[in-house]
Design a protein around this ligand. Structure first.
Ligand code: CUA
Length: 344
């Protein structure tokens, strides 16, 4: 009679505990940022299944622990008593070995099928070369007919498309991570690693992060991925592949300001009052560029070969050395024109 009541109490504790905890982990806590690829949705589903399977097991163990401490605790006068001697229960041992084994194998199989389908080669994949270099990401889009690839410091992708990333590094190990894509892949010098993503039909912008400590500027090694409708992407690619010029009526310095504040993200590291930026990783440009000693040639060299002259108090090798490879001559001229203008 007492046993039956105890079992009912434990069962109630287990059911309520499982219900409450499942509600918390499935509905209250939002574990991940938005899922921006088909692969990300698979990963989220896998995570959800893992939670649904592990919560009841966790609560079952906790139920037995709580009831052991509560109902079977030692009471005054029982100090010298011992429990009944138990040795061997074959049925119990078979059950507690077989059940977890079956559960674990099933989950491993499911996880493997998710990984396999996420990494499967798709038809009509668009190739993007990703290169990590202290401390920036460069994205290069190979083009047909021997045209030079389109290069960009931010990643642009069409929506509803299969993307195949080839990942390279020019110096040390970096890790290419787009949290919204749920995949992370190391960029290793000397080899090419890869990564597949199928964008969804949502047009949005998500952060790109370097996920391996790669030097002083590691925390600044960030970029953005812009997922856009295919038509808009084609327009971007045509524009990025063509010569960059200032808009009609726009002075080169105005294009330079636009690049400084937004497309190149210089303002993330440098302060210029006129541009409204306040980065402190690199020199305060209003201060260090003041005065006549900084010629256009000096500014140009500081953009293309940042290590040629290092401002006192700042470390070398933090500013990306890739701008010469990524920017077109008109863009460099525009940037120099803008920096000349603000330093006068
Ligand atoms: Cu590159 Cu951290």
């Amino acid at each position: 009679m007492r046993d039956r009541r105890l079992i009912l109490q434990m069962l109630a504790f287990f059911l309520v505990g499982t219900g409450v905890l499942l509600f918390i982990v499935l509905d209250v806590v939002h574990w991940f940022p938005a899922a921006a690829t088909a692969q990300a949705r698979n990963v989220d589903r896998l995570y959800k299944v893992m939670l649904i399977v592990s919560v009841p097991i966790f609560v079952l163990v906790e139920t037995v622990v709580v009831f052991s401490v509560w109902k079977f605790r030692m009471r005054p006068g029982q100090e010298n008593m011992d429990g009944p001697p138990i040795h061997g229960n074959t049925r119990l041992e078979v059950v507690w070995t077989a059940l977890p084994a079956i559960l674990l194998l099933s989950l491993c199989t499911y996880a493997f099928t998710v990984l396999h389908s996420n990494e499967k080669k798709k038809a009509n994949e668009m190739i993007v070369d990703v290169t990590g270099q202290q401390f920036t990401w460069t994205f290069s889009y190979p083009r047909a007919n021997g045209q030079p690839p389109v290069k960009s410091l931010e990643l642009y992708l069409p929506s509803n498309a299969h993307i195949y990333f080839r990942i390279h590094s020019k110096d040390v190990i970096h890790s290419f991570w787009i949290p919204a894509f749920r995949l992370q892949e190391d960029a290793v010098p000397g080899i090419t690693t890869d990564y597949r993503a199928t964008t969804t039909n949502t047009a949005a912008t998500y952060p790109i992060v370097c996920a391996v400590l790669c030097g002083l500027g590691h925390s600044t090694m960030r970029s953005f991925v812009h997922v856009m409708p295919p038509g808009q992407f084609a327009a971007w690619e045509a524009k990025a592949g063509g010569p960059v010029t200032a808009a009609p009526g726009q002075a080169p310095a105005a294009l330079g300001k636009q690049m400084f504040t937004s497309s190149l993200g210089c303002g993330g590291c440098h302060t210029i009052a006129d541009a409204g930026t306040s980065g402190t990783v690199g020199p305060h440009l209003d201060q260090v560029l003041k005065g006549p000693k900084h010629s256009a040639a000096f500014i140009r060299q500081s953009i293309l070969q940042p290590n040629a002259f290092i401002e006192k108090g700042y470390p070398a090798n933090v500013m990306p050395q890739t701008f010469g490879a990524v920017l077109q001559p008109t863009q460099i001229d525009a940037l120099v024109a803008y920096l000349r203008q603000v330093s006068k």
